[in-house]
Design a protein around this ligand. Structure first.
Ligand code: PLP
Length: 337
């Protein structure tokens, strides 16, 4: 199968499978798993934070961050199009008991004026604003300019509010900006990023922040049932993600650029150039029937996903080579002829 549905579909590499086989393990709830301890130290250093925690998923990492930063009844500020608002099963209200104040994030980042206006003042009737959530790279495929994150970070600091980053694809964002990832993460108090997407690990995400923040996060991870035992077998590929896979993400971005160009050349596919920062390509078509195309391609071993009506998202990743893009384009060409 050639799978363009998402970068979550990546299979662990051969090196990862070897590392899993040979991993030193221990009971991580006792702090005994040396591979996890190394992963957490490496991850914290990479994003410039004091400490880090290995968690089973990005959703759990984000939700633990919200649990640590807030108390029930508080209000959090987040983007209308954010993953936490739209795709985490309403967990922030269910688990942390917080209300949402939504601000526009069409540009791939929180609108500054709207964020500022969203902060509640001192009034006996008001909930307390305790957290601002940013997301980059945004699920819309856009990367926030550093300046914007800096401004949002400053607003949070000036008001004594925590700033958390849903950085599921923060290393893609860093590549797109041509910056070290620390230039992004220095504007937030805590960050979650995924090992299991473009970084190709089979499982896992990282939550990073100050030592006291991670101490509380470790307790909440246990509360949610995310305390794992000999999970060094999962942390071992995570180390390869951090030491090796981070450095090859530019290839996925180049392939996405190539895919966008080839799709445009086919005719009838309009590439959304405003969302062309990372390994995602969004296309709209008024001429072609996406349902028919996806069904026909599936029979040929090519998977498209993330399409709704006339709009489709394709993603490149470690298991998509340039030749696979040529195969897709040839197959598409034959269908739409
Ligand atoms: C921006 C963003 N945040 C969080 C997540 C959640 O990650 P997970 O699927 O590991 O729970 C995703 C997953 O696609 C994502 O795209």
């Amino acid at each position: 199968m050639i799978d363009f549905r998402s970068d979550t579909v990546t299979k662990p590499t051969q090196a990862m499978r070897e590392a899993m086989r040979n991993a030193t393990v221990g009971d991580d709830v006792y702090g005994d798993d040396e591979t996890i301890n190394t992963l957490e130290k490496t991850a914290a250093n990479l994003v410039g934070k004091e400490a880090a925690l290995f968690v089973p998923s990005g959703t759990m990492g984000n939700q633990i961050a919200i649990m640590v930063h807030t108390s029930p009844g508080d209000e959090i500020i987040l983007g209308q199009g954010s993953h936490i608002k739209n795709y985490e099963v309403g967990a922030a209200s269910a688990l942390s008991g917080v209300g949402y104040h939504l601000v526009p994030d069409d540009g791939g980042h929180l609108e500054e004026e709207a964020t500022l206006r969203g902060i509640r003042g001192e009034n006996i009737h008001f909930p307390k604003t305790t957290l601002i959530l940013s997301e980059t790279a945004h699920s819309s495929g856009k990367v926030a300019p550093l300046k914007t994150l800096e401004v949002i970070g400053r607003i949070a600091k000036d008001h004594g509010i925590a700033h958390h980053l849903d950085g599921a694809r923060v290393f893609n964002a860093a590549v797109a900006l041509g910056e070290d990832v620390k230039e992004i993460t220095r504007h937030v108090d805590s960050v979650m990023f995924c090992l299991s997407k473009g970084l190709a690990s089979p499982v896992g995400s990282i939550l990073a922040g100050s030592k006291p923040f991670i101490e509380k996060a470790r307790k909440y991870r246990k509360m949610l049932g995310g305390g794992m035992r000999q999970a060094g077998v999962l942390a071992a590929p995570g180390l390869i993600s951090l030491n090796t896979m981070c450095k090859r993400l530019n290839k996925d971005h180049e392939n996405a650029e190539y895919l966008a160009k080839r799709l445009y050349e086919l005719g009838g596919f309009e590439v959304d150039l405003t969302a062309r920062d990372i390994n995602m390509v969004f296309v709209r078509t008024k001429t072609h029937d996406l349902d028919m195309i996806a069904n026909t391609l599936e029979k040929q071993g090519i998977l498209l996903g993330g399409y709704k009506g006339d709009y489709m998202r394709l993603m490149t990743h470690n298991d998509i080579r340039k030749e696979d893009i040529d195969t897709l384009i040839e197959a598409l060409h034959a269908i739409i002829q």
